[in-house]
Design a protein around this ligand. Structure first.
Ligand SMILES: Cc1ncc(C[n+]2csc(CCOP(=O)(O)OP(=O)(O)O)c2C)c(N)n1
Ligand SMILES: [Mg+2]
Length: 552
C-alpha cells in the first residue's frame, strides 16, 4: 500500500518532474524516502532561498514549474524571497513544504508557523494537503495554476502525518497541454489599422516576450513588418533574427539614448510588456499611442495605459497581425535612421584601457567570450544597468536578469540552474561583491554537482548601486562600504578555482582560461564606478533632452 508521500512523488513524476531542489527537515523524511525510490533527483542546496531561485529559474527557462522542498517554519519562511521572485517575475514554480502532523499535536506549538497564510500574498495558490485522497488532483491543479498565464509560484504544504499515512492507490490525473486562445479578430483588425496609420512606429519587447513559447512568433513579426524594436531589460534577446532592427534596451525609464526613438515614436507596439518591470518608458498625455500585445490584458498604471489591446497567445496572434499588415507599412522604418547614433553613443569608450575596469569595458569584454547562445545570469547591482543597456543579445533568455523583484542573491543560483539545463553552453554568473555574498555558500552545491560555471565578481567593496544613488541625490558618501574575503582563496576553499584580474587587458584571457579549464571558476575584477555619474547622470542630462515632457 502506498503512503501519502508515495502518492505525492508519483504525482510529481506524472508531471514530468526530474529534480527537486531543497533542504529537507524531519517532517519531510517520508517524502525523502519516497524520492529515494523514484526517478526524481533530490538536489540539496545550502540555503532554501537558493533552492527557490533555482526552481524558479527552471520554470523561467522551460515553461514548466521547477520544484523545491523545505521543512516547516524556518525552512518554509526561507522560501519567501524566492516566492516573490517567481511571483513578480512570472516564473512557474511549485514549493512543497512540510508541517507537523495535523491529526494529533504532540509537540504543541514548536516550530509551527501558519505557512499557508504567510504565503498567500506571495503565491497564486497556497494549500495544505489534509487527506491522501486529494493528492493527485491537488498536485495536478498546482502545476496547472503555476504554468497558466500569468505563470507564478504555488505552495503545497504536506503535513508529516498525511505524508506517512497509508493510502489507497489512486490513479494520477493525466496531464494535458495548456491551451491559450488566439486574440480576437476584431482586436487584430483594430491594431492593424492603428499600425498602418502610424507615421513612426516602434516595437517594444517586454518580459512576457521571453516566455519559451513566445519567441518564434515574435521573430517572424519583426522580420515581416520590418518595424525597428527596442526591448525592456527582461525582453532582451527575444527577437533574434531582427537584430539589424534593434534600437537598444531601455534600462532607464527616460532620457537614455534609446528614448530618442521612444519619444519620437507615434505608436509603440508593446509585446509582452509586464508592468512589474521598472518602466521602460513613461506614458504621458502627449506621448505615443500604445498597443498592448500579450497573454493577459495590461494592468492600468499611471505610466502605462494602452489605447488598444491584442490579448491571446502571443506567437500565433502576432502571426495573424503580421498577415494583415505585411508589405502595407510605408513608414515601418521611419525611426531607423536614429539607430546608428543610439548604438554608437551606447558603445562609447567601451574599450578604454583604464584599471580598475570601467563597466562599459567589462560588458564589452564579457560579450567577446560568451557565444551567441551563451548565458549570463546577473545578480542585482549597478552593473545590471550597464549590462542591460550595453550587452547585445541574439537569443532569447541568454541574459537572465531580474528587473521585477530585483533581489540580490539570485545571480549564482540562477546561473547554476542554467548550467544544469544547458551543459553544452557557456554559462556565467555576474555578481557584485555584495550580492554574491548573499548566496555564495552555493559554491559548494555547484562544485558538488560538477557544474561548468564561471562566476564573475565585480569588486568595489561597496553596495555600489546604493552608493551611486546616494551621490546622485547629493547625500554624503556614508555607510555603504565593506571589506571582502580574499575571493580567490574563498573559491579554492570550496574546491573551485579562482583568479583575479590585475590589468585592463586581463579580463578576456582570465575568462577564456576559466571556461577552457572547466569546473567552477570564480574571476574577480575590480570595477571603477566613477562612470556611473559621468555617463548615467552628467552625459545623459547634457545630451538627451526629452522630446515630450513625461507625465508627473
Ligand atoms: C535582497 C536585497 N537587499 C537589498 C537590495 C537593495 N540593493 C540594490 S542594489 C544593492 C547593492 C548591490 O551591491 P553589489 O552586489 O556589491 O553590486 P554593486 O552595485 O556594488 O555593483 C542593494 C543593497 C536589494 N535589491 N535586494
Ligand atoms: Mg559592490
Amino acid at each position: 500500500m502506498p503512503k501519502g508521500s508515495d502518492l505525492m512523488v508519483a504525482a510529481l513524476e506524472n508531471e514530468g518532474v526530474d529534480r527537486i531542489f531543497g533542504v529537507p527537515g524531519e517532517e519531510n523524511l517520508d517524502m525523502v524516502e519516497s524520492l529515494r525510490n523514484s526517478s526524481i533527483k533530490l538536489v540539496l542546496t545550502r540555503h532554501e532561498q537558493s533552492a527557490a531561485f533555482m526552481a524558479a529559474t527552471y520554470g523561467r527557462l522551460t515553461g514548466k514549474p521547477g520544484v523545491c522542498l523545505t521543512t516547516l517554519g524556518p525552512g518554509a519562511l526561507n522560501l519567501t524571497t524566492g516566492a516573490a521572485y517567481a511571483l513578480l517575475g512570472a516564473m512557474p514554480m511549485v514549493m512543497i513544504t512540510g508541517q507537523k502532523g495535523i491529526m494529533k499535536s504532540r509537540q504543541a506549538g514548536f516550530q509551527i508557523v501558519d505557512v499557508v497564510t504567510a504565503f498567500k500574498p506571495l503565491t497564486k495558490m497556497a494549500r495544505q494537503i489534509v487527506s491522501t485522497a486529494t493528492i493527485p488532483t491537488l498536485v495536478r491543479d498546482a502545476f496547472r495554476i503555476a504554468m497558466e498565464e500569468r505563470p507564478g509560484p504555488v505552495l503545497l504544504e504536506l503535513p508529516e502525518d498525511i505524508a506517512g499515512e497509508q493510502a489507497e492507490a489512486i490513479a494520477m490525473v493525466p496531464v494535458h497541454p495548456i491551451e491559450i486562445p488566439v486574440a480576437h479578430r476584431a482586436s487584430l483588425d483594430r491594431a492593424a489599422d492603428m499600425i498602418m496609420k502610424a507615421k513612426r512606429p516602434l516595437i517594444m519587447l517586454g518580459a512576457a516576450a521571453s516566455r519559451p513559447r513566445s519567441t518564434a512568433g515574435i521573430n517572424g513579426f519583426v522580420r515581416r513588418t520590418k518595424i525597428p524594436f527596442f526591448t525592456t531589460q527582461m525582453g532582451k534577446g527575444t527577437a533574434a533574427g531582427g537584430s539589424n532592427l534593434y534600437m537598444g534596451t531601455a534600462a532607464l525609464s527616460e532620457r537614455d539614448y534609446v528614448h530618442e526613438a521612444v519619444d519620437r515614436a507615434d505608436l509603440i507596439i508593446a509585446v509582452g510588456h509586464d508592468t512589474i518591470e521598472k518602466p521602460p518608458f513613461i506614458m504621458g498625455p502627449k506621448g505615443p499611442q500604445v498597443i498592448h500585445v500579450s497573454y493577459t490584458p495590461a494592468t492600468v498604471e499611471q505610466v502605462y495605459f494602452p489605447q488598444c489591446e491584442v490579448v491571446g497567445d502571443v506567437g500565433p496572434s502576432l502571426e495573424l497581425l503580421a498577415d494583415r499588415i505585411e508589405s502595407r507599412l510605408p513608414n515601418a522604418g521611419a525611426l531607423l535612421p536614429l539607430r546608428e547614433g543610439i548604438l554608437r553613443s551606447i558603445s562609447d569608450r567601451n574599450t578604454e584601457n583604464r584599471f580598475p575596469l570601467t563597466p562599459q569595458r567589462i560588458v564589452h569584454d564579457v560579450r567577446q567570450v560568451i557565444p551567441e547562445d551563451g548565458i549570463i545570469a546577473l545578480d542585482n547591482g549597478m552593473y545590471k544597468i550597464w549590462f542591460a543597456r550595453n550587452y547585445r543579445t541574439y537569443v532569447a533568455n541568454t541574459v537572465l536578469l531580474d528587473n521585477a523583484l530585483a533581489t540580490m542573491g539570485a545571480g549564482l543560483p540562477s546561473a547554476m540552474m542554467a548550467a544544469i539545463l544547458y551543459p553544452q553552453r557557456r554559462v556565467m554568473a555576474v555578481c557584485g561583491d555584495g550580492g554574491f555574498m548573499m548566496n555564495s555558500q552555493e559554491m559548494e552545491t555547484a562544485v558538488r554537482l560538477k557544474l561548468n560555471l564561471v562566476i564573475l565578481i565585480l569588486e568595489d567593496s561597496a553596495y555600489g548601486m546604493i552608493r551611486w544613488k546616494q551621490a546622485v541625490d547629493e547625500f554624503a558618501d556614508f555607510g555603504l562600504t565593506f571589506g571582502n574575503p580574499d575571493f580567490v582563496k574563498y573559491a579554492e576553499s570550496y574546491g573551485a578555482k579562482g583568479s583575479r584580474v590585475t590589468a585592463a587587458d586581463g579580463l578576456i584571457p582570465a575568462l577564456e582560461a576559466a571556461f577552457k579549464g572547466g569546473g567552477v571558476h570564480l574571476v574577480v575584477v575590480p570595477v571603477d564606478y566613477s562612470e556611473n555619474i559621468r555617463v548615467l547622470v552628467d552625459e545623459l542630462r547634457a545630451k538627451v533632452k526629452p522630446v515630450v515632457e513625461p507625465a508627473e
